[in-house]
Design a protein around this ligand. Sequence first.
Ligand code: HEC
Ligand code: HEC
Length: 276
Amino acid sequence: MIAIRSLWIAALISMLWGLGASRLPAAQSTPQDSLTAKLTPADIEEGKALFAAQCSSCHGVDGSGGMGPNIRGSAQRRGDQGLFSVIRNGIPGTGMPGISSLNDKRATQVVAFVRTFGASGAEEAVKGDAAKGKAVYAASGCAGCHSIAGEGGVSGPELTRLGNARAPRYLHDMLMNPGAKPPADPALAERAGFTGYLITNVVTKDGQKVTGVRVNEDSFTLQLRDAAGKYYSFDKSDLKKVETEPGKSLMPSYTNLSATELDDLIAYLTSLKGAQ
Ligand code: HEC
Ligand code: HEC
């Protein structure tokens, strides 16, 4: 594919060469930002509609983020070609899927639209204080279920590079009502089909009741992990009842935090950007 594209570019350059020296500057401008240079306002309108259809559910209609991060300023930071390739290939191993339904022309129109957000506004203002938020995290028992850089529990998703992946607004909703909008990351195997942390209630034939999330299942057995991290493996023939509770989460809601504590906690979570 890349080989084909460079052949095509080579052909184009030699064609432009043939058209005379006056056309050369366009062909020689940096590949970084030249992709969208010739697009018209109509293309940008197309890009806006495509963005609304293909990107806004995760990044918000204005690119300021939600389940996905704020991408205002992305075109300027990555260059047209860099953004194009994120759209084309996604970011492997993260919740950013490759958007294969956009052909090259449409992906370029989306790049042009993202460019109109401008270079500023890349960092949504977080009101809180990350250092204080770290203390709120420690005092709230979050580490019982979540790990950061290898430290902590396993009942909830790892948060090591959460700040790259989610916008503050989403974190706020998550802390207030964890079950309402569980993170839907089709690219993360553990969350495929939105059911990664789906609450499952089990009653065995001899009356034992267990609530946990499903870790694994096959035709004969079912494995759960409860909120305390305890692991259970059941023989399905021993179970009287298996029920799931969509819309609920093992994670408690943190409506008890004050507005300041919540802001600080969100600032801390947003600051988690992995090893960089
Ligand atoms: C299913 C949700 C989802 C959809 C749909 C989606 N994204 Fe993303 N995107 C994400 C997530 C999550 C990340 C963060 C990945 C990570 O963990 O680093 C991301 C990251 C990105 C990044 C890198 C962040 C940066 O600041 O440079 C860009 C650029 C991006 N997305 C652009 C787009 C565009 C453009 C579209 C539409 C064509 C799109 N995304 C569609 C979820 C999505
Ligand atoms: C009893 C276990 C438990 C505790 C305690 C807990 N969580 Fe969670 N958390 C989860 C689970 C499980 C999920 C996955 C969401 C779902 O249920 O679908 C989650 C999801 C999240 C997410 C979304 C992660 C993502 O990738 O989008 C964030 C952020 C989060 N928790 C932060 C916190 C913070 C901050 C605290 C402490 C104030 C906390 N959690 C306490 C279990 C827990």
